[in-house]
Structure formats: structure tokens, C-alpha cells
Design a protein around this ligand. Sequence first.
Ligand SMILES: [Zn+2]
Length: 105
Amino acid sequence: MPIPALIVPLMDEKALRLLWDDDQISTYPFPYLRGWCPCAGCQGHDGERQFIKVENPQLATIKPVGNYALNLGWSDGHDTGIYSFEYLRTLSDQVAEFNATTTER
Ligand SMILES: [Zn+2]
């Protein structure tokens, strides 16, 4: 499993950039990352992933969890999301789709 070699918050662009140790570069807009928060409070227990829409979220804290995940805290005080590297790679694969739908509006 690739791991992020470098974690770069881009506060002006409101996005988080990860440089992975297999040379992939992922850039996640904050609303996208916040929206897919994996915690039980956001996702419930019915198994289907839900997107939580938050207006203009800002990334407040980034904490490594072991060597498998990042704990991201947000400006709305929400900090229970543990984003596993595997999950972040999945989100990375889908971010282009998200960007396409948000720029259309
Ligand atoms: Zn959450």
C-alpha cells in the first residue's frame, strides 16, 4: 500500500495535496474531503457512503494515525474522521469527477 511521503495543505487553493511514495500526486478540495468524512457520525451504519455538504470548510488539523491513516480536523469543529491511506487513494481516483461536477455549476 502506498503511503503519503509529503502532506501539503494548500490553504489558498482550499485543497490538500498528497505526494505518495509511488510518485502519484493527489489534490483534494476541502469540500470534497470534508464531504466524504469516513467517521460513523457522518456515514451512519447502513453501508452506503454519503456525501456531507459543508459550506466552505477549512482544514484545521492533520494528525497521522499509526502508519495507515490521517486524522483530519475541520473548521466546523469536526475532527473524528480517520482517513485511511487506502480510502484516500479511492477518493483520489474519484476527485476528477467531483471537480467536473462542481465547475459545471
Ligand atoms: Zn465525520
